[in-house]
Design a protein around this ligand. Structure first.
Ligand code: AMP
Ligand code: MG
Length: 347
């Protein structure tokens, strides 16, 4: 064998070895660590039950993100609970008719978003419903219907146009005496969004936050599936409780209804959701589920559609991008869906 032939042979062997090693490294399964899933115990927050599931590279990260998410929810609750006299919202409700009240950025943000959605829903969603909620609470306790005179009085205290927000100094002012803000229709969805953000910041790769009927989720479950959310059957509280299942990722699902929270006067049930313009309880729909890109929007629209009813409510949903609705009319078992809702139904 000549020297030249020997070199060619050597180069040939080296090249085949390189190809062999390359192929081996590509075909060998990569040793990636499977993420773990951790579910929190249920907790009472915002006057309802909350739970969080975190998917993270390790248990420590999952726990950290669950703790951070709950911490954020508790912080928002202490700002926005109008039934806690020490909350910032209570200070606003107490003083804003007399003087501008400066508030935290988070509270100002939710108030600004509330006004935005009041305009978007033609006033069907309106956080100035506080006096109407209080009146119905009193009436239910006394078992007497509100008098026309009381409702007339309340008209002067309701309307988002009477709420003035100054973004220069984050201050809030009421135009009328006796106004009261109620964030019950937006706070849970808003908190779910903020909780999801906290989880991402802490290193969770996926997760689900559930606060009452509000669900926010991101990424995929530990088994690489979408998150499954059940829609409750309003007519059946015990057996046969789920009527449909939705599969979602990076979306929020919110359900409003009159089947769990309502006022009872003279043996009649009245929804806890009110039409702010007619000073009346909204009774056309018994269950409204909204699927939307974020929890704030899902929560707001579930309340707004409850007020608007099936026809106008579906119109609003069809006009709103990436948003779907599943409705059940009061006294009916028929399920009404917006045009794109089918894509989210779990097989
Ligand atoms: P949700 O369960 O999200 O529909 O919120 C219902 C709660 O929001 C009620 O218990 C009231 O505190 C408040 N609320 C009732 N009607 C309205 C409305 N039209 N707009 C905004 N908040 C409302
Ligand atoms: Mg709501």
């Amino acid at each position: 064998m000549t020297k030249r032939q020997l070199w060619i042979l050597r180069i040939g062997i080296a090249a085949s070895l390189l190809v062999f090693l390359l192929l081996r490294s590509f075909s060998r399964p990569q040793k990636t660590k499977r993420p773990i899933s951790l579910e929190s115990p249920t907790k009472i927050v915002m006057n309802t039950i909350a739970r969080i599931v975190a998917v993270a590279p390790d248990e420590k990260t999952a726990k950290l993100s669950i703790d951070a998410a709950f911490e954020k929810i508790y912080r928002l609750e202490t700002l926005m609970n109008r039934y806690d006299p020490s909350s910032q919202l209570s200070q606003v409700n107490l003083l804003a008719a007399k003087q501008p009240v400066k508030v935290d950025k988070d509270l100002f943000d939710i108030l600004q978003q509330s006004v935005y959605y009041s305009k978007k829903t033609g006033g069907a969603f309106d956080i100035t419903v506080g006096p109407l909620v209080d009146l119905w609470k009193k009436c239910a306790e006394a078992n007497s219907m509100p008098a026309d005179k009381q409702l007339e009085e309340i008209k002067k205290k309701i309307g988002f146009q009477r709420l003035l927000l100054d973004s220069n100094d984050f201050s809030v002012r009421f135009v009328a005496e006796g106004m009261k803000l109620d964030l019950g229709a937006i706070a849970k969805g808003y908190a779910a969004d903020k909780a999801v953000n906290e989880m991402k910041k802490c290193g969770a790769v996926a997760g689900l936050v559930e606060i009452g009927g509000q669900i926010g989720c991101f990424g995929l479950t530990e088994e690489k599936n979408k998150w499954i959310v059940g829609i409750r059957n309003p007519a059946k509280q015990k057996d046969n409780r789920i009527i449909d299942k939705i599969a979602v990722s990076n979306m929020a699902v919110s359900t409003s209804g009159d089947y769990e929270r309502f006022y009872k006067v003279a043996d009649m049930r009245f929804s806890h959701i009110f039409n702010p313009k007619a000073e009346k309880s909204a009774n056309e729909l018994t269950s409204v589920t909204i699927i939307a890109p974020n929890g704030t929007e899902a929560d707001v629209l579930a309340t707004a559609v409850s007020v608007l009813g099936a026809e106008k409510g579906l119109d609003l949903i069809e006009k709103t991008e990436d948003t779907e609705a599943i409705l059940i009319k009061t006294g009916s078992s028929e399920i009404i869906k917006s045009s794109g809702a089918e894509q989210y139904l779990a097989k």
